[in-house]
Design a protein around this ligand. Structure first.
Ligand code: NAP
Length: 262
C-alpha cells in the first residue's frame, strides 16, 4: 500500500447500505474494518429503508464519477421495492468490485477477467493455499446463485476441474454430492450437509452463513458430522467469510491501479 501511495494511488471504496438489516450491517462493518486495516479509504453511505430506486441510482451515478472512489459496493439484499439488477447494472464495470455487473460476469465466463467475484475467488485462494490440485477432479457445487454457485462453478472449470452444479430441484442430491472430490456448499440452510453427503477424504468448503436454532452463526455444513469424512473442511465462522473480504480489498486496489492507468 505504501508503494501505491507513493505513486499517488489512494484506493477508495464506497460501501452503500440501504435499510437496517442486521446481517448486512455486520457485513458492512467488517468491510469497513478491513479497509482501515489495509489503508483503503472507505466511505459509508447508509440510506434509510424508504430510499427510492431513483435516489439510489442518483447516488450510484455520483459515485461512478467521483475521482476518489475506485470501487462501489452496494450491500445486498436491497429492500424489495428496489430492483437489484437495475442498481448493479448502473455501477460502472471498472468500479464494480463485487463483479456482479453483466460485463464482469461475461468476462468471468470467458476467463479473461478484471475482477473476480469475492466469495468464489476467496474459495479458490483457500484451495490454492492448501495445495489442493483441481485438475481432473470432480467438484460438486451445491447452489446456483449468481453471486456464489454459478461463478464458483466457472472458476473451478477454469482450473480444469469437472464440475457438477446442484440446486433445489436436483434429484438424489446426497448421492451426487458423494461423488465429489471437492464439495462446495452454498445453499443458505443451516447445517444441511452432513457426513451422508460426503465421500471419504473429500474436501468440503462451507460458504454458508446461517444461524442455528440458538441464533449462533453456523454454516450450511454440519461441521462435527462432516469432519468424520472430510480430509479438509472450512469452519464457519473463520473460513470462507474472511477470504471474501480479503478478495474485496484486493479488488479495490486493482480498481484503483487500473483507473490510475487511464
Ligand atoms: P441463494 O441465492 O439463496 O441461493 C441458494 C442456492 O441453494 C439456490 O441455488 C438454491 O436452489 C439452492 N438450494 C436451496 N435449498 C436447497 C436444497 N435443499 N437442496 C439443494 N439446493 C438448495 O444463496 P447465496 O446468496 O448463494 O448464499 C448461499 C449461502 O452462502 C448463504 O448462507 C449465504 O449467507 C452465504 N454467503 C456467504 C458469503 C461469505 O462471504 N461467506 C457470501 C455470500 C453468501 P434453487 O436455485 O433451485 O432455488
Amino acid at each position: 500500500m505504501e508503494e501505491l501511495k507513493a505513486k499517488g494511488i489512494n484506493p477508495g471504496l464506497a460501501v452503500v447500505i440501504v435499510g437496517d438489516d442486521p446481517a448486512s450491517r455486520v457485513y458492512v462493518n467488517n468491510k469497513k474494518k478491513a479497509c482501515e486495516y489495509c489503508g483503503i479509504l472507505s466511505e459509508e453511505y447508509a440510506l434509510p429503508g424508504e430510499t427510492t430506486e431513483a435516489e439510489l441510482l442518483a447516488l450510484v451515478e455520483e459515485l461512478n464519477t467521483k475521482e476518489t472512489i475506485h470501487g462501489i459496493l452496494v450491500q445486498l439484499p436491497l429492500p424489495k421495492h428496489i430492483n437489484e439488477e437495475t442498481i448493479i447494472n448502473a455501477i460502472r464495470p471498472e468500479k464494480d468490485v463485487d463483479a456482479f455487473h453483466p460485463t464482469n460476469v461475461g468476462k468471468i465466463m470467458i476467463g479473461n477477467f478484471d475482477f473476480l467475484p469475492c466469495t468464489p475467488a476467496g474459495v479458490m485462494e483457500l484451495l490454492d493455499e492448501a495445495n489442493i490440485d483441481l485438475c481432473g477432479k470432480h467438484c460438486v457445487v451445491i447452489g446456483r446463485s449468481n453471486i456464489v454457485g454459478k461463478p464458483q462453478a466457472m472458476l473451478l472449470l477454469h482450473k480444469n476441474a469437472t464440475v457438477t452444479i446442484c440446486h433445489s430441484k436436483t434429484k438424489n442430491l446426497k448421492e451426487v454430492a458423494r461423488t465429489a472430490d471437492i464439495l462446495v456448499v452454498a445453499v443458505g440452510r443451516a447445517k444441511m450437509v452432513d457426513e451422508e453427503y460426503i465421500k471419504d477424504g473429500a474436501v468440503v468448503i462451507d460458504v454458508g452463513m446461517d444461524r442455528d436454532e440458538n441464533g449462533k452463526l453456523c454454516g450450511d455444513v454440519d461441521f462435527d458430522s462432516a469432519c468424520k469424512k472430510a480430509s479438509y473442511i472450512t469452519p464457519v465462522p473463520g473460513g470462507v467469510g474472511p477470504m471474501t473480504i480479503a478478495t474485496l480489498m484486493k479488488n479495490a486496489v486493482t480498481a484503483a491501479i487500473r483507473q490510475s492507468e487511464k
